[in-house]
Design a protein. Structure first.
Ligand SMILES: Nc1ncnc2c1ncn2[C@@H]1O[C@H](COP(=O)(O)OP(=O)(O)OP(=O)(O)O)[C@@H](O)[C@H]1O
Ligand SMILES: [Mg+2]
Length: 231
């Protein structure tokens, strides 16, 4: 299943007459990590939710290769900006997702727990775990079933440098295993470290799309300059 290129054709989205995304056009053939950047309220989470299929739009606007969003639904997962977990242990949360995906492999959840280095909290109710641990558990949930695409909405915001590094490594490893990653980030040094392509939104418009290397070597408008200087 070849899910690239991603083609978004004239995507607009509004709620109660407020335009949140304005006539977005994106063509991306990037296999590695694509970063969605932009100021607060620029439409990043909304765009990810549309790509994820949580917000529904007409079929012909977005294509993954020859496939529609519905065709790729079972091959993609999303880690939300505010992770939602069940009021149960980490293990039970992961097991719930594995069951929902009909995974019967023995010790599958245990392997995921080891991979994400979350053994210590496996039997703790997720309501007691820290913010960074929540991020890790939700990434663990997202990789169950080996999706081809993972959307991560600010997966390292509010994390200390050690956790951030750990999660960046997990994301890079996924990308090296050919998982297509779309993630939002406000962290300019992070964009430089792990991003390969960047799509910059302002007020619901795509104002820049290019390789991260070019992004850091080009002259920009004051809005992007400010973002780069203070991010
Ligand atoms: N269902 C909705 N109803 C009304 N307004 C909405 C709705 N969803 C999003 N918005 C508005 O659309 C704009 C874009 O929201 P979005 O969450 O996509 O921004 P963002 O770029 O992810 O911001 P942040 O960096 O703060 O996470 C915001 O102004 C938000 O208030
Ligand atoms: Mg957001």
């Amino acid at each position: 299943m070849n899910i690239l290129p991603l083609k978004i054709h004239n995507l607009s989205y509004s709620v109660n007459g407020n335009n949140i995304l304005n006539n977005i056009n994106i063509l991306s053939d990037e296999k590695k990590i694509t970063i969605i950047a932009g100021n607060n309220g620029s439409g990043k989470s909304t765009l990810l939710k549309i790509l994820h299929g949580l917000i529904e739009i007409p079929d012909n606007i977005i294509k993954w290769g020859d496939y529609s969003i519905k065709n790729v639904k079972d091959n993609q997962t999303m880690v939300f900006q505010t992770p939602i977990l069940l009021n149960r242990t980490t293990y039970e949360n992961l097991n719930y997702v594995a069951n929902k995906k009909n995974i019967t492999e023995k010790n599958y959840v245990q392997k995921i727990i080891e991979k994400l280095n979350i053994k210590d909290i496996a039997n703790v109710n997720t309501r007691y775990i820290s913010g960074g641990e929540r991020q890790k558990v939700s990434i663990a949930m997202a990789i169950i079933g080996d999706p081809k695409i993972i959307f991560l909405d600010e997966p390292t915001s509010q994390l200390d440098p050690v956790y951030k590094n750990e999660i960046e490594n997990i994301i890079k490893n996924l990308s090296d295993l050919n998982v297509k990653i779309f993630m939002t980030s406000h962290d300019v040094s992070q964009i430089n470290r792990i991003g390969k392509e960047i799509i910059f939104l302002d007020n619901g418009n795509v104002i820049y799309q290019n390789s991260v290397t070019k992004f850091f070597n080009e002259k920009h408008c004051s809005l992007i300059n400010n973002y780069m200087n203070y991010g």
